[in-house]
Design a protein around this ligand. Structure first.
Ligand code: GLN
Length: 483
């Protein structure tokens, strides 16, 4: 049963081949047996999952028929879940039990999804390797010595290892697409404002966006359809109807104009990944797409701009963790100042502290104009590059990452080396456009991802192209050995 996709599960549940309770039990057993190798879960909510599965089965018996009714999933541990620890993979929130559900959690529960627990991640979603978690690193099921990517590394590893069919993730600079690429999954970062951020613990509020990781574009369409939509509780959530993503899947690709940015194929890209991406392009041509070279001239400035803006917002967002209101508090504080200093000093990990310091510096009087304001100007130029490119093409295609998954520890002593892995993904967050990563081959037994980028609110186009590609290829169906 663990091999089934969400779409297959929906058919199986509708045909009464199995119940949600049976499926949930089977997956809980699998998580118990296999997750010790991966460390993808921070918390398994077995009792709650059983109760939700029973409720879903009862709703079906009473005549309800939603595609996700009874479908098992799990949430990245930065989505607040009522009554369940929401740790953000940080010591500072190790004891935090959220008093409410995030909108995404609420919407998926209303659709009938059964949550099996909370997934490991980089601390406060800061990272590309899932090595900065307070609960230890996550392993890549394709090679247990390699990282699964980050920051949604637990989501990626659990879905790739068939412990759950799909999961939620968040993407501030690539954290859905990059781990999807490194573990052979399909993951989509929606347009900024498409999915509510309410109850999603903030890293960099102007860049964060939630989305699904799954084993096919069809499954992402199912989940995104349930996650997306206006939420009056999030003032940046856009009041615009949600497209019918499932209906979009079947459009033929004839006439689709795809742009290949020359900046995405330059130095720094592993040539073997470049070959896999070009093979994907050939396949899409066979499906009717036309190809054009385009330019995104400001891409070279994206990493420095992102690593000013994201830490600046993080330094402000994370000021709420002070040891007073919730979360970790140091022992025997001598006075208020000592309480703040030691609670934060002991509660945050090294990468989070690094970002807070960089961000605070960039925002400080005297440096604000030189760093933060400059970065915002670059951000606008990057957005303009995309708007200009989308005058000429319908879709932009390139590699998701410059390299396949690397060995655990290999880049952990060199933060800049890890930051450079985000080169192809962070531009979409800076511009706010949607992006998707899909499986497109293997290098040394490790998955390669292709990234598709589309204009604002064209998630349907991304899912459509990925689905058509997945009808013609079987990369996405390959499973890691031993799982
Ligand atoms: N790797 C990037 C960072 O560390 C992106 C993380 C994310 O998207 N949450 O900031």
């Amino acid at each position: 049963m663990h091999r089934l996709t969400l779409a297959q599960i929906a058919r199986g549940l509708a045909a009464k081949d199995f119940s949600s309770v049976e499926l949930t039990e089977a997956l809980l057993t699998r998580i118990g047996a296999l997750d010790p190798q991966l460390n993808s879960f921070i918390t398994v909510t077995a009792d709650q999952a059983r109760a939700q599965a029973q409720a879903a089965d009862a709703r079906r018996a009473a005549g309800e028929s939603g595609a996700l009714l009874g479908a098992p999933i799990a949430h990245k541990d930065l989505f607040c879940t009522k009554g369940v620890r929401t740790s953000c993979a940080s010591k500072i929130l190790d004891n935090f039990v959220a008093p409410y559900d995030a909108t995404v959690v609420e919407k998926l529960a209303a659709a009938g999804c059964v949550s099996l627990g909370k997934l490991n991640m980089d601390e406060f979603a800061m990272g590309s390797a899932n090595e900065s978690s307070h609960y230890g690193p996550v392993k890549n099921p394709w090679n247990l010595e390699c990282v699964p990517g980050g920051s949604s590394g637990g989501s990626a590893a659990a879905v790739a290892a068939r412990l759950i069919p799909a999961a939620t993730g968040t993407d501030t600079g690539g954290s859905i697409r990059q781990p999807a690429a490194l573990t052979n999954l399909t993951g989509i970062k929606p347009t900024y404002g498409r999915v509510s951020r309410w109850g999603m613990i903030a890293y960099a509020s102007s860049l964060d966006q939630g989305g699904p990781l799954a084993r096919s574009a069809e499954d992402c369409a199912l989940l995104l359809g349930a996650m997306a939509g206006f939420d009056p509780k999030d003032s940046t959530c856009v009041d615009q109807p949600v497209d019918d993503y499932l209906a979009a899947l079947n459009r033929p690709l004839a006439g689709l104009r795809i742009g290949l940015p020359r900046e995405y194929f330059g130095a720094g890209l592993d040539p073997r990944l470049s070959d896999a991406v070009m093979a994907c392009v050939e396949e899409l041509k066979k499906l009717g797409a036309t190809i054009k070279e385009i330019g995104l001239p400001n891409m070279q400035h994206a990493i420095p701009a992102y690593y000013v803006i994201a830490p600046a917002e993080a330094s402000s967002n994370l000021s709420r963790f002070d040891g007073v209101r919730f979360g970790y508090r140091c022992e025997n504080p001598q006075n208020l100042e000592d309480l703040y200093k030691r609670s934060r000093g002991e509660g945050f990990g090294a990468e989070v502290k690094r970002r807070i310091m960089v961000g605070t510096y960039a925002l400080s009087a005297g440096y604000y104009d030189a760093y933060y304001l400059k970065a915002q100007k670059i951000r606008r130029l990057i957005r303009s590059d995309f708007i200009a490119a989308f005058q000429e093409v319908d879709l932009i295609l390139g590699p998701t990452t410059p390299n396949p998954a690397w060995k655990l520890g290999e880049k952990s002593s060199d933060p800049v080396a890890a930051y450079l892995e985000d080169i192809y993904t962070i531009t979409a967050n800076l511009a706010g456009i949607p992006g998707l990563s899909m499986p497109a081959g293997f290098v040394d037994g490790l998955p390669v991802g292709v990234q598709l980028l589309a204009p604002y609110f064209q998630e349907g186009r991304l899912l459509n192209v990925a689905h058509q590609y997945q009808q013609a290829t079987d990369w996405h169906q390959r499973a890691p050995e031993g799982f």
